[in-house]
Design a binder for this molecule. Sequence first.
Ligand code: DON
Length: 573
Amino acid sequence: MKTSSFFISFFLIVITSCAQKRQSIVGVGKEVDPYHFTQTKNLTITHGCVLSAEPLASEVGLAVMKRGGNAFDAMIATQLALAVVYPDAGNIGGGGFTVARTSNDSLIALDYREMAPLKGSRDMYIDSAGNARTDWSQNGHLSVGVPGTVAGLFEEHKYAKLPFAELIQPAIDLAQNGFVLTNGQANSLNENREDFIQYNTKPTAFVKQKKWMKGDTLFQPELAKTLMRIRDFGMKGFYEGETAKLVVAEMQRGKGLISYDDLKSYVCKTRKPVEFDYRGYNVVSMPPSSSGGIILGEMLKMIEPYPMHDYGFQTKQSVQLMIEAERRAYADRAEHLGDPEFWNVPQNILLSDAYNKKRMSDYDSTKASESKNIKAGNVHESNQTTHISIIDDKGNMVAVTTTLNNGYGSKTVVGGAGFFLNDEMDDFSIKPGVPNMFGAVGGDANAIAPGKRMLSSMTPTLVFKNHKPFMVVGTPGGTTITTSVFQSIVNVVDFGMDAKDAVDKPKFHHQWLPDTIYLEKGFNKTTADELQKMGYKLYMYNAIGRTELIKILPDGKFEAAADIRGDDSVSGY
Ligand code: DON
């Protein structure tokens, strides 16, 4: 589309939206004000709390809880609000995972990861010269996997108390009546402006002629209508009918592959959570199609025989041990993990004490080992997934991580339906040994096949102590997700940290390939120098993760920490 007609259409959208009455309060109970809200990073409270990437979304979740909803109600309302107020990663056009515990003590793992379209194929990103085309797998229509988030929301709703229509209404109000942009949100939209123009076939709410400024109102009337269809027709309001037709039309305009059948046949899978012990704590996390739970288990089991507490926080000894565990676990990820319906994942072996002990038999505490192997890639610096942690006083604990993959996913918005589509196809191994945008490599286990789910690193996790709730934790961060959750757990269990320190202290990351340690800004300089002397290559990283962690204190209170690295905020009572 020509730029001029793009702008004319855009202004028509804005004029229409501005003509609507500017309401300042959203939600069925009208408790949340989208023009006045504050970030809260830390809170210790009694009844329940919601931690998410945006204060408005956390507020929506809390309002639902105060109205009689449980943690699942709050989760659904928060996820939907994020799809409006955090278009970078909050989504209905992406996918994700939920790990939860219900008040009657059952454990749940929901897999609503995107799927390769039925017309997808193993070599769909290899060009005629045999080159892997990450430009096709990372942007625009061809990079999109069949979205799963809406199916996940309806599965979560089986454990909720309030009508779905009530939970989606705040998101509808926020999309229709607008909300005020923070500085970060305005900058992020400006930075992606050219991509939004390049990868769209219709005008979108996210581009305007002048720069977005802090304090501007973002109206998303097309998204509001899509959300209303979901409210009125349930799953069919997204996977069939008008919305599905708009997705298919968008695909056809941009040479994407998703068909009406792909959408209609999408299902959320209920899985058996990964469960293992670490120093007497019971850890519950996500099984494949995420690598998160298994890789987390491997890393914790590899370090368990060592006296981490005596080594001390971020000393040469503790960091080197954790790095070597991370290296070995990520090597396994590349070889052994993929969608369990397409690949036989040796989960029991990978989580066994004996296997992990053997894996560390070549560990040498005096020098760096080497990840000699296929071509290395760069780890991508971005935090465009989003994690929500919620707990209530009935015993429900919910950890959800969802994503569009990259910031704003494929950058393609469904024309007429107003939501971003993911670029999750890049999480497949598009060619053996070719790194994806996070530098992760893979082979057959994670090769593309029609209807297959691409391997993820997302690690929504619960921890129990003596069978009682102890932690809810998770984060975005691509391949750094699992190492961040690993370190957050070790920070609490081995180093006795409170929630705030466990989240805010600098993190580090190794993923086998590339053979480099990524150190977050603020990491202990002496330890960094010592590691370098042992032969490690170091690379400074601006920020690792945006972790949302709830620790349950001995008196039953909830100690919550929303990450300082972003707009993240906790609401509780
Ligand atoms: O599923 C995964 O592992 C990735 N698509 C997550 C992407 C992510 O966390 C983006 N932020 N860095």
